[in-house]
Design a protein around this ligand. Structure first.
Ligand code: FAD
Length: 429
């Protein structure tokens, strides 16, 4: 009899909550990872994130080999893979970490039911956040919908225990002793190897000056840790602990923004596709396909917008300040439904996180939590003056900037501003 630890978005062996609990149980542990066709079938064949996951899986297998064990890797839909696994192994328990997105919740609810019917225990743990769904609530036990009071409580609750690592390694002797298992190739799963460069885990050097530098897109002032948080190749407890040690309160609060949006998505799953403030779904979007294409390709004639979109297209990442500007530009200047932009970012961002992406887009469009009021429309020129005054970022991504070859503005700022105010007002009054 064995127990299984199921990896999903927690691809690390160290400081992993469910893995730690599994290894302390009574049975030897076989780790498993499923390349989930329900997710993969919707992705482009050159999606770089699949290469990242694949390389991480290879690393995990190597470390497990060194410890006399291995990772069972399957390709398919969890609902068909699991019955197969139970035929191959005599399984008493399955351990895994909580996952808060709508698809993951449905998958795990079905899994719990299926395993129960097979008399197998399904044990789940908090791992990807410091505080989850119901831990930070208002006095009346309802969720916060505004960040500042949420963060006040989040911060007050933070203690040594919240950031304490799970000493997983100490218990590796409880991994199942097993011969090497096969690994399906990326090609067999229909994916190409991506040549994109993945950011390394090197955040510590950024923490001291983060508050000063984080808003300037030409400066590499942020940590690029998002991809690692997305797939759990670093532990959030370690990051929070290091933020506290470095006295980097602004960065710590950014980590809490991530949890805030995850908590919102948990309590308000409709906000993944509908406006959080429902009256915003009455807005009459223009949804001009040609303008959307120009925005996607970075050809709007607004240099800061174009630089951001080209950065995203080339490296799978965009600076936060510019994410705000490009999102505002699409939803307000072009009056294109924020869902179109959200979907484009979801395909392109290596650090794509449904909760933060939806949260960021709804913030920019005005329909979200704690959003800027609808009548505040970012002025791209002023944003450039403040955050890229020497056009360093713009010149890096838009080499033809300042030449005749550069596109004419797709819409005039003053006109666009008046138009959006009128359309939003009509919908919201
Ligand atoms: P750092 O500035 O070094 O911050 C460290 C970590 O804190 C980030 O990796 C992230 O996990 C978290 N974080 C920082 N800022 C935010 C924020 N405003 N909201 C939530 N978490 C935050 N972030 C994502 O992780 N995935 C997304 O898909 C995503 N989409 C966005 C879309 C829009 C329109 C906007 C305005 C913001 C979006 N963000 C998203 C938030 C933010 O832009 C990114 O987290 C950040 O730019 C990632 O770069 P970094 O890792 O260098 O972050």
């Amino acid at each position: 009899t064995i127990s299984i630890f199921w990896f999903r978005r927690d691809l690390r062996l160290e400081d992993n909550a469910a893995l730690y609990h599994a290894l302390r149980g009574k049975n030897p542990i076989l780790p498993i990872f499923i390349f989930d066709q329900n997710i993969l079938d919707k992705l482009a064949k050159d999606d770089a994130r699949i290469t990242f996951i694949y390389q991480t899986i290879e690393d995990l297998k190597k470390t497990l080999h060194k410890n006399g064990s291995d990772l069972l890797v399957k390709y398919g839909k969890p609902e068909t893979v699991w019955p197969e696994v139970l035929k191959e192994y005599d399984v008493a328990e399955v351990y895994t970490n909580h996952d808060y997105e709508p698809y993951a919740r449905e998958r795990d609810d079905n899994m719990a039911e299926f395993l129960r019917s097979e008399n197998i225990e399904f044990k789940t743990f908090k791992d990807q956040v410091i505080f989850e769904k119901g831990e930070i609530l208002k006095a009346d036990q309802t969720p916060y919908t505004v960040f500042t009071p949420y963060y006040k409580q989040w911060h007050a609750k933070l203690n040594d225990f919240s950031t304490k690592a799970y000493p997983t390694k100490k218990h590796f002797k409880n991994l199942l002793d097993i011969k090497h298992l096969p690994l399906p190739s990326l090609k067999e799963m229909g994916f190409e190897v991506s040549r994109l460069q993945f950011p390394k885990i090197e955040y510590k050097s950024k923490l001291d000056d983060y508050a000063k530098e984080r808003d300037f897109p030409a400066v590499e002032g942020t940590t690029r840790i998002g991809l690692h948080l997305r797939f759990g190749t670093i532990s959030i407890r370690k990051l929070a602990k290091d933020a506290i040690a470095a006295n980097s309160n602004v960065w710590l609060s950014e980590l809490a923004w991530r949890e805030f949006y995850m908590m919102i998505l948990w309590h308000f799953p409709y906000s993944a596709s509908d406006s959080f403030k429902k009256q915003y779904d009455k807005i009459k979007w223009r949804n001009d396909e040609k303008e959307f294409k120009a925005w996607c390709e970075g050809n709007t004639g607004y240099p800061i917008v174009d630089a951001g979109m080209r950065q995203l297209n080339e490296i799978g990442w965009m600076h936060n300040r510019v994410r705000m500007v490009t999102a505002s530009f699409l939803s307000k200047h072009l009056l294109i439904d924020w869902r179109w932009g959200e979907a484009y970012f979801a395909n392109k961002l290596l650090d794509y996180e449904m909760a933060s992406n939806v949260g960021g887009w709804q913030w920019a469009a005005g329909s979200g939590n704690d959003a800027a009021p609808y009548f505040r429309v970012f002025n791209p020129e002023l944003q450039t003056k403040r955050f890229d005054p020497k056009f360093e970022y713009i010149k890096k991504w838009v080499p033809e900037f300042g030449t005749k070859k550069y596109a004419q503005p797709i819409v005039e700022h003053k006109f666009a501003r008046e138009r959006v105010l009128k359309v939003f007002k009509e919908a919201l009054s």
